[in-house]
Design a protein around this ligand. Structure first.
Ligand SMILES: Cc1cc2nc3c(=O)[nH]c(=O)nc-3n(C[C@H](O)[C@H](O)[C@H](O)COP(=O)(O)OP(=O)(O)OC[C@H]3O[C@@H](n4cnc5c(N)ncnc54)[C@H](O)[C@@H]3O)c2cc1C
Length: 391
């Protein structure tokens, strides 16, 4: 697998540092994540301590400035990291991805005081961060969000927030919430971004959702009832919050695609080993051509995913004008193709694939949501088409 991945990455000159980052992450994932991932899934356990161990490894601020404890790496580096983590557990990798996305928004759009206040604790993983855009009445149509923030206090020193965010990953466990709220008119131009600490008065969390996959991290509502947030927690002034949210998602989409890729590679590896070992009709099942063709298609789709994803990441690193379109194309293609690879791996395992202990059904469940969040794959098509027809 490595030789193939290096060859694909070779187009982007995967260097010694990138190989070393990938090896380091793989080592951590194999030792600290893979042995426990099935139990976390079964017990719906959030492994806070092990998540925080990634901070000292530099994974709490992968593409954040070194002056605030970040690693100062690029987007292709990040993709290699998430792919390696996801091979052990896509849900674990996705949580680290969301944390990085939220922290990067503070790095990129915060002023110096905000960067210094939040980022050293976020890059070290002393604090964990969540991203809060979706609301009960607005998901894909995110700019219709209704959570209202009104200036109050002496000299408008605070905002008072009322509303709710829906489906927030890490809600209740994270220490800060990078939230998009309405400070002005209807539509995208009335939206602002704020960093909201967990202990803000008036902040509470809904019940933990019971869901198909991603069991090791909680998904809950974040509820604001006359929630007081200091005005100094506003990022980049009023009215630019939608732009900030979308900028965060470009990178977030690459990361989530990388989480699919790592999970699907693991599914294919399991399927190959199983098909070689399992006997039927007097031979190992990998001797049936129908199954060989399935394996061939899985490998082809996986490598096509890898090439597209690395290309898109390299576009974002180069700040190419069409980087958003490529991020959307990669997110759409990779999360669809990799879900199919995981599902085919389950089929190759027969009835055993349906059992928890084999680890394949977890991959299918974990990867399914990647087609829905960070913008659904239908919304990815909307973005790609908009670029194509020049809207
Ligand atoms: C486990 C989980 C974790 C999540 N974590 C977070 C998080 O941490 N932070 C956060 O902010 N959000 C999070 N989300 C929310 C996620 O981003 C939204 O669910 C997603 O954006 C879709 O919104 P929706 O569920 O409201 O669906 P809707 O927007 O109601 O869409 C319903 C269907 O209509 C389709 N559709 C909508 N508009 C169009 C259109 N214009 N053209 C074609 N089809 C369209 C959609 O693709 C979808 O198939 C999470 C969701 C889940 C399930």
């Amino acid at each position: 697998m490595d030789a193939v991945a290096d060859k694909v990455a070779g187009q982007f000159e995967l260097n010694d540092d990138q190989r070393a980052i990938r090896e380091m992450t793989r080592g951590f994932a194999a030792e600290r994540v893979a042995p426990y991932a099935l139990d976390w899934d079964k017990e719906r356990f959030f492994p806070s301590a092990i998540i925080r161990e990634t901070g000292p490894l530099g994974l709490g601020g992968i593409y954040i400035g070194e002056d605030v404890g970040g690693s100062g790496l690029g987007r292709l580096d990040a993709v290699l990291i998430f792919e390696a983590l996801a091979a052990a557990c896509p849900a674990f990798a996705s949580f680290i991805s969301i944390h990085n996305m939220a922290a990067w928004m503070i790095d990129r759009f915060g002023d110096e005081a905000q960067r210094q206040r939040f980022l050293p604790k976020l890059t070290s993983m002393e604090w964990l961060a969540s991203y809060a855009l979706t609301e009960p009445g607005s998901g894909s149509d995110a700019s219709a969000l209704k959570t209202r923030a009104v200036r109050s206090g002496g000299n408008g020193s605070d905002y008072v927030l009322n509303g709710a965010k829906q489906f927030i990953s890490g809600a209740g466990d994270s220490d800060v919430y990078v939230a998009m709220v309405r400070t002005g008119e209807d539509g995208p131009k009335g939206i602002s971004t704020m960093v909201i600490p967990k202990d803000a008065p008036g902040l509470s969390f809904g019940a933990i959702e019971s869901k198909m996959g991603w069991h090791m991290q909680s998904t809950r509502q974040v509820v604001f009832q006359d929630c007081k947030v200091p005005a100094e927690n506003l990022l980049s002034g009023e009215g630019v919050g939608f732009k900030i949210a979308m900028a965060g998602l470009d990178g977030g989409r690459l990361n989530i695609a990388a989480c699919s890729l790592g999970g699907a590679q693991s599914a294919l590896d399991k399927a190959l080993a199983y098909a070689h070992e399992r006997q039927a009709f007097g031979r190992s099942i990998d001797q049936f051509q129908a199954l060989q063709f399935k394996l061939a298609d899985m490998e082809t789709n996986l490598q096509a995913s890898r090439m597209l994803l690395y290309s898109a990441a390299s576009k974002l690193d180069r700040k190419a004008a069409d980087a958003s379109k490529w991020s959307a194309m990669a997110k759409r293609f990779v999360t669809d193709a990799c879900f199919d690879v995981a599902n085919d791996a389950l089929q190759i395992h027969g009835g055993y694939g349906y059992l928890h202990d084999y680890g394949v059904e977890k991959l299918v469940r974990d990867l399914r949501v990647h087609q829905i969040l960070e913008g659904t794959n239908e919304i990815m098509r909307v973005i790609i088409a908009r670029h194509l027809i020049g809207q």
